[in-house]
Structures are given as structure tokens and as C-alpha cells.
Design a protein around this ligand. Structure first.
Ligand SMILES: [Zn+2]
Length: 107
């Protein structure tokens, strides 16, 4: 019970934070948390589950679809392995520029 209450408290704090300049970070953190909870911290591709290392991925990359960045329907929980594979296929599919390639040392 106590757990549920403190979770709600955190979400509310993010909403209060919407007036200061860390708003974007707070909102993205909130969306990620919601997505992790919805997916029960389980990789949506391989089913692997580990609360500590899961990554929240944008189904449609935010560099291509920035307006979907905070849309929870565009988020899914992936393990680091599946996230790396998806990132590589996104790069091929969307021809995402150098910045991403450098991040993954493909340049
Ligand atoms: Zn996975």
C-alpha cells in the first residue's frame, strides 16, 4: 500500500514541476516510468525482465517523429540487446544521420 502511495506522490511532483525549466526532462521521465509500468518491466521483443537495466525505446524514432516523443503509445520497454538491434534497424530504415551512427560507432 505504501508503495502505491509514494508512486502517486512522485507522479504528482512531476506535474508540479511542469512550470520550471526541467519540465522536458520531467515529462520524459514520467513517460518512461509509465511505459515501464505498463510493460511490467519486460522486454517487448524477447520477454527478458530486469527492473534495473530495461530501456524505454521510441517505436518511431524521436529524431524522425519528434512530436511522438512523449506519446506513451510510441514507447516500448526493451532489454539492452533488443534496443541495440532496433536502433540499428532504425538507422537503416530511416537513414538517421551521423549523430546516431557515431553513438553506435558505425561512422
Ligand atoms: Zn529483449
Amino acid at each position: 500500500m505504501e508503495n502505491t502511495l509514494s508512486k502517486k506522490g512522485k507522479i504528482r511532483q512531476d506535474m508540479i514541476g511542469s512550470n520550471n525549466h526541467s519540465w522536458a526532462g520531467g515529462k520524459s521521465g514520467y513517460c518512461k516510468r509509465k511505459s515501464l509500468e505498463r510493460d511490467n518491466y519486460t522486454c517487448q521483443k524477447c520477454g527478458y525482465k530486469n527492473n534495473n537495466i530495461m530501456i524505454v525505446d521510441h517505436i518511431k524514432p524521436k529524431s524522425v517523429y519528434p512530436h511522438l516523443q512523449f506519446n506513451i503509445d510510441n514507447l516500448m520497454t526493451l532489454c539492452p540487446n533488443c534496443n541495440a538491434m532496433k536502433t540499428l534497424s532504425d538507422i537503416k530504415k530511416h537513414q538517421i544521420g551521423r549523430k546516431v551512427k557515431e553513438k553506435w560507432k558505425l561512422a
